[in-house]
Design a protein around this ligand. Sequence first.
Ligand code: HEC
Length: 148
Amino acid sequence: MQLLKHLGLPAIAALALIATGACAQSAAEPMALRGVMQQMDHDAQAASAAIERKDWMAVATLASLLARHSEPPMSERMRILGWLLTDATTFRNYDKQVKAAATQLQTAALKADAAESRAAYQRMQQSCDGCHNSFRAKYLDHFYGNKP
Ligand code: HEC
């Protein structure tokens, strides 16, 4: 990437190049994003349960994990960006919304504010769903060959 930048190739061309090369890899091997999602799902469900039992320290901790969740390694991020191209901003914005709502959930939990915690949790969930509705089927089709 660094080298390509120095050569002055436009970023999109560089991404497309990497994406094409990466697509030749085995399609069956699960990508890191799935593990990231499974962890986020676990943390979100645990946060929801913690809200219901008003365990605010647990909610705050889980919300903070969601707000700074892990990401796939650089090579996989490049591969996904190379596929997203002009949709990359929309995709990233859903993730930013998840992180923003998780941060608001953390703040609400630290105030032991049940109503605001529920509202922030709902906003987070809507952003998870928004990205899934827009991208998940296409993503699975492209990277795993699953026909919707
Ligand atoms: C920026 C887009 C985006 C956001 C935001 C997002 N996801 Fe995902 N999610 C995906 C994509 C793409 C897949 C398909 C990945 C795969 O199955 O390999 C996926 C798959 C999943 C899966 C299925 C994993 C499996 O084992 O099949 C779960 C569960 C999940 N997401 C939970 C969440 C939760 C919970 C949130 C919010 C806290 C969230 N996601 C936010 C894009 C997103």
